[in-house]
Design a protein around this ligand. Structure first.
Ligand SMILES: *[C@@H]1O[C@H](CO)[C@@H](O)[C@H](O)[C@H]1NC(C)=O
Ligand SMILES: *[C@@H]1O[C@H](CO)[C@@H](O)[C@H](O)[C@H]1NC(C)=O
Length: 241
């Protein structure tokens, strides 16, 4: 009796056998009500072969529309940067023509040969407003008592006339090894005079922008601008000689 013939063991499949991880998606509107993007990092290692991103109104989920995909690293002049730092490759997609005060459902699905994983989330445009930070922050000392902080609105916020912005100022300094911080505002102007800063101290100034009625969140802080208040001059004694 001959033993049954054993087939040689088959090689394990060379493709990953697990479906791709569910994308971690964040959405924000950098110019109410027109410019809304969603973004998610591409996992390192074995990225999914493709993504499918769609959105629909929550009440009538029948009409599903594609969210326009933007690959990591693609150059696009009208691209709004993500409001967070990331060393990973970021995918983005654009949601045009969102209606005001409407609940939407977003579906970002990662697809690989082993399967797919969907991220589902719902949002309302008004809740995800987050302008880009103000630009051209300037600090000057017009006289020895008052310090002047000036800035310009984020240029990506295109409907400033209809949807004005308000601003917060943060200034920080080091005090015996610990960082002290003061937040001021909101202000509707793009300049603010500050009094009572200590002479001889170095401060870091930052500004953030928020939709005037308080929709969504304040932008990220602008990059810090450093300014030192000069030491008070030596006491001037009357000239006696
Ligand atoms: C924003 O969208 C509205 C309605 O679709 C349109 O009328 C307006 O021109 C758009 N504004 C900008 C700056 O794209
Ligand atoms: C999400 O999108 C994927 C790909 O288009 C689809 O297969 C899946 O059914 C969608 N999920 C829901 C809950 O709509």
């Amino acid at each position: 009796i001959t033993p049954p013939c054993h087939l040689p063991p088959t090689d394990p499949p060379s493709t990953p056998s697990d479906p791709p991880p569910t994308p971690t998606v964040a959405c924000w509107c950098a110019s109410y009500p027109n410019v809304t993007l969603c973004s998610w990092p591409e996992p390192a290692g074995s990225p999914p072969t493709r993504y499918v991103a769609t959105y629909s109104e929550r009440r009538t989920q029948l009409l599903t529309r594609p969210c326009r995909l933007i690959r990591p690293g693609s150059a696009s002049s009208d691209l709004v940067p993500a409001p967070w730092a990331s060393s990973q490759k970021l995918w983005r997609c654009q949601l045009p023509d969102l209606k005001l005060l409407t609940d939407y459902v977003l579906n970002v699905t990662a697809v690989s040969s082993a399967g797919s994983s969907s991220h589902l989330s719902s949002f309302m445009l008004e809740d995800i407003v987050k302008p880009d930070p103000p630009v051209e922050v300037r600090v000057s000392l017009p006289d020895s008592r008052n310090l002047l902080v000036e800035w310009s609105p984020p240029p990506t916020w295109t409907n400033l006339d209809i949807f004005p912005l308000k601003y917060l100022i943060r200034y920080r300094w080091e005090d015996r090894g610990s960082l002290k911080s003061v937040n001021l505002g909101p202000f509707e102007n793009t300049r603010k005079q500050l009094k009572g800063l200590a002479s001889g101290r170095t401060y870091l100034f930052q500004v953030c922008a928020m939709e005037l009625l308080g929709l969504g969140a304040c932008s990220s802080w602008s990059s810090p601008v450093e300014h030192s208040i000069p030491k008070a001059g030596p006491l001037r004694l009357p000239h006696t000689s």
